[in-house]
Design a binder for this molecule. Structure first.
Ligand SMILES: Nc1ncnc2c1ncn2[C@@H]1O[C@H](COP(=O)(O)OP(=O)(O)OP(=O)(O)O)[C@@H](O)[C@H]1O
Ligand SMILES: Cc1cn([C@H]2C[C@H](O)[C@@H](COP(=O)(O)O)O2)c(=O)[nH]c1=O
Length: 215
């Protein structure tokens, strides 16, 4: 008997998460190409960013000094605009949305990394992400889990660091712990990817995870 045909995940919202340098972006592109080859509309986007307004806010957040509350408010303002202008319309059209980071990053970076009040983040999340169907969250989140020391080595050669990438290793240990806490709290939404492996081995993990879902 032949296997059931693969059904690409129309109208699904998939986020890619992890500390800086974990390897998300490379694999997001590969997943997008896989589904585009099958004729699916794929929207590749990122946070902060994804719309002209949100990209302007991204530039401020990544390059201007500010306190933690200002940072959190700008990130959620960018997210609100991104959800309204880009993500929600794409999902309604039946596209699959692949987003390089979403709100788990805010809980990991602003919450665990900066020590910002998690209750305030939860309130902002509910204001910004509430829609007709309830709180908008990714359907699936791929967490690229990597030791911060390894991520830092990968990034050294890659580019000039922004405000977050200049943080010390202790900051990224806290961010990683923040991601782990999200992963443990919502195991049904998350898949942990062992990002310490080679690019090819990481691609195999992702392919296996997609195959499990028939995607
Ligand atoms: N499995 C891997 N092994 C070794 N190097 C890798 C691996 N995956 C990615 N890299 C390299 O590490 C660097 C960071 O990768 P990438 O930009 O995909 O990470 P990222 O998680 O998207 O980072 P950021 O969030 O900071 O943009 C790049 O130079 C990339 O070529
Ligand atoms: C969504 C989001 C992002 N950040 C930080 C994490 C990264 O250091 C940068 C984005 O850069 P990338 O190269 O596109 O990964 O922004 C954050 O602190 N909080 C967030 O909610």
């Amino acid at each position: 008997m032949s296997a059931a045909p693969l059904a690409p995940p129309s109208g699904r919202f998939i986020s890619f998460e992890g500390i800086d340098g974990a390897g998300k972006s490379s694999h997001l592109d590969a997943v997008a190409e896989r589904w585009q080859r099958r004729g699916l509309e794929v929207v590749r986007t990122r946070e902060p960013g994804g719309t002209p307004l949100a990209e302007t806010l991204r530039d401020l957040v990544l390059h201007q000094g500010m306190d933690a509350l200002t940072e959190a408010l700008l990130i959620f303002a960018a997210r609100r605009n991104h959800l309204q202008q880009c993500i929600a319309p794409a999902l309604e059209r039946g596209a699959v949305v692949l987003c390089d980071r979403f709100t788990d990053a805010t809980f990991a970076y602003q919450g665990a990394g900066r020590g910002f009040d998690l209750a305030v983040l939860t309130t902002l999340e509910s204001w910004v992400q509430r829609g007709p169907g309830g709180l908008r969250q990714p359907d699936l989140t791929l967490w690229f889990d990597l030791d911060p020391a390894v991520a830092a080595q990968r990034l050294v050669a890659a580019r000039t660091p922004d405000r977050f990438e200049r943080q010390d290793e202790a900051f990224f240990h806290r961010v990683r712990d923040g991601y782990r806490a999200r992963f443990e709290a919502q195991p049904e939404r998350f898949v942990r990817i062992d990002a310490s492996q080679s690019r090819d081995q990481v691609a195999v993990q992702i392919a296996a995870m997609l195959a499990e879902r028939g995607w």
